[in-house]
Write a protein that binds this ligand. Sequence first.
Ligand code: ADP
Ligand code: MG
Length: 328
Amino acid sequence: MDEFELIRRYFARMGADRADVDLGVGDDAALLRVPEGTDLVAAVDTLVEGRHFPAGADARSIGHRALAVNLSDIAAMGAAPAWATLALTLPEADPGWLDGFARGLGELACAHGVALVGGDTTAGPLTISVQILGHVPRGSALRRGGGRAGDVLAVTGTLGDAGAGLALATGALELKDPAAARDLLERFEYPTPRVEFGIAARGIASAAMDISDGLVGDLPKLAAAGGLGAAVDVERLPMSGALRAAGDAQQARSWALGAGDDYELLVAVPPERFGELAARAEQLNLTLTAIGELNRGNAVKWMLHGAEFTPAVHGFDHFRRASTQITV
Ligand code: ADP
Ligand code: MG
C-alpha cells in the first residue's frame, strides 16, 4: 500500500458529508464555506506515542482521542465543529492499525457532524496532529478571560476518572472491581468532548476552558486570564463512584485535582444564572457542579474542610521534569 492508496482507502471520505465543503481531500487544499455572520474558530492538538498515550495503545482509542481533544477545545469556545484536517506520521502502513484508527476517528467525526477535508501523511515515529475548524455566531465565543468577581466556578461531569484510567492503562494501578476498572479506562481511552454543553453555555457562561491538564494546572489560567483570583472548595469536586472505588479519599482527590485527560469543561457563570446553566446541562444528561467562585484576588485558594491547603500536584507541563506525578 503506497501513500496515495493509504489516503484513498482510509481518509478520502471520512466523517460527515457536509454541504459547506466545496472541495475536500484530493486537491492541494480544501475549500470551505464559512457561514455568514460567524467567526471561524481554529485549534490544533498533537498526540505523540509515549507522551499522550502509552506505546501500543489501542488504535481505535488513539483515533478517537486525536479528534476528541480538538473537539474539546472547540467546545470550550462555545463553537460548533465543522471541519478537520489530519497530519499523520506513521512508522509503517499497517492495515490492522489503520482500520482501528480510522474507525475511532471516523465514528466520533460522524457523531459531531465533522468532515475530514485534508491532511498530510508521512513516515516516522507515531504522531497525530488534528486541526479542527468550527464557527460561532460573531462575537459570541466563550473566552477564558470573561469572568467577573463573584461568578460561580463550575465543572461538567466528574473529575479524575481519566487519571485513574491512565494509571490502569500503564499498569500503575490494579483494581479488584472489574466494572469500575472498565469505566475508568473508558474515560481515558474514549473521552466525551462536551460540545453540546459548550454551545448551550453561550450567552450564559462568562468564561470557559476545557480541563485537559488537570484542574490545579488549568483553573489558575482561567482566573489569571480575567485578572482575578479564585477560591475552590475541594470537597465539592465531583467524583464518580468508580473513582472512589479506585483508591482512598486522598488518592481519589489527587486524581480529581491534578490528573489531566478528563476533557470536562470549567465555566464561570454569574450566580443568578447558575440554575439556568445547570438545567441546560441536565437536559444533556450532564451534571454541572459548583466548586467555588472567582474573586478580586490574584491567586487561587484551595480550601479543604475550611482550611487552606496547597495541593502537592501541578498541571501537566511538557517542559517540566516529572510532570503529573501526583499526591495530595
Ligand atoms: P500535497 O503534496 O499537495 O500537500 P498530498 O499528496 O500530501 O498533497 O495529499 C493529497 C491529498 O490528500 C490532499 O488533499 C491532502 O489534504 C489529503 N491527505 C493527505 N494525507 C491525509 C490524511 N492523513 N488525512 C486526510 N487527508 C489527507
Ligand atoms: Mg502534503
